[in-house]
Design a protein around this ligand. Structure first.
Ligand code: FAD
Length: 280
């Protein structure tokens, strides 16, 4: 196991209470010495200001690198150029570059239609200034024609200049391991970091998984459904399932783990402690 790079993802809070929660979470997780934190970006740039202010707060207060996510859908090239300039002037060196999803009701695709075009644009505009992370889908992106086409599109995105990839979350280690094997066969050599989503609330997770194309295996679903609204049991079982999956991943040659924290300390910290990861 050569795992060495860990990262934690947050979303930019909307309220003061949310800000204070995130501040506590960030301080607790900073003690684990991650490689970086990342901060999501709302559809169509809706959180642009909050994403930037959260990133800057993290970098200033913790001294740990923070990477804004940036999606291109429904933005013009000039808007993206302006954001890149803003990020550069604020000493940001890493971006999670995405296509994103159109806000509901919107038909404006913008100038860049896929993440490979965004990566190409960022490289053309800013050279090697940014480390570029992109998304990968071991269980296939839900809009792809088929798995092979999605893999070819991933290859295109990597060739455009991506440095690393973070996967959509999954609950089936084989899907990730097979995906990495398939990438190897295509000589896609960038690190592909598994994205880990703790299980805390079954109803929300099921809805979100349907939308993003993640399968919750039937044996996990039936047990979670059986707990009804007993959140303690859901979390206990969910933590055990995710811990065991991470252990299986770590028996293989994975480059790191990226945790979707949902701005909460406990679910991520419990899995981390169960795994016995030593901060470097
Ligand atoms: P792409 O790589 O562009 O792929 C999208 C679809 O188009 C796929 O089906 C692909 O096969 C196809 N495709 C790709 N390139 C081409 C091409 N050149 N020609 C034809 N078809 C093509 N969303 C947010 O709104 N904000 C966030 O902060 C955010 N963070 C995320 C972080 C991670 C780690 C992940 C995994 C997802 C995140 N998302 C976020 C969700 C993401 O925006 C959606 O999954 C979106 O639908 C796809 O974005 P992408 O960058 O993967 O798109």
């Amino acid at each position: 196991m050569t795992t060495s790079h860990y990262s934690f993802e947050f979303f930019p809070p909307k309220t003061e209470q949310g800000q204070s929660n995130l501040s506590n979470t960030r301080k607790a997780l900073a003690k684990l010495n991650p490689q970086f934190f990342s901060v999501t970006y709302g559809a169509g740039g809706s959180t642009q200001q909050r994403t930037l202010s959260t990133v800057l707060e993290i970098q200033t207060e913790s001294g740990i690198e923070a990477a804004p996510h940036l999606s291109c859908v429904s933005s013009s090239k000039q808007q993206i150029r302006d954001i890149l300039a803003l990020y550069r002037s604020n000493d940001i060196r890493r971006i999670v570059a995405l296509r994103g999803d159109l806000p509901s009701g919107s038909r404006d695709l913008g100038d860049l239609h896929y993440a490979n075009e965004l990566v190409e644009f960022i490289r053309a505009e800013t050279g090697d200034h940014f480390t570029l992370e992109v998304a990968a889908y071991p269980e296939m992106h839900p809009q792809a024609d088929n798995y092979q086409a999605d893999l070819r599109n991933f290859e295109r995105k990597v060739k455009a200049g991506s440095d690393r990839a973070i996967t959509q979350y999954f609950y089936n280690a084989d899907s990730y391991l097979r995906f990495v094997e398939d990438c190897d066969k295509l000589n896609i050599n960038i690190p592909i970091v598994p994205g880990i989503m703790p299980i805390t609330n079954y109803v929300q997770l099921a809805r979100f998984s349907d939308a993003c194309g993640t399968e919750i295996p039937r044996w996990i679903r039936t047990r979670l459904e059986g707990y009804g609204d007993d959140l303690d049991s859901i979390q206990k079982f969910g933590t055990e399932v995710v811990t065991k999956m991470c252990e299986r991943l770590m028996e293989n040659d994975i480059p790191g783990l990226h945790f979707y924290t949902m701005n909460r300390i406990e679910p991520t910290m419990t899995i981390w402690n169960n795994l016995g990861i030593k901060s470097t």
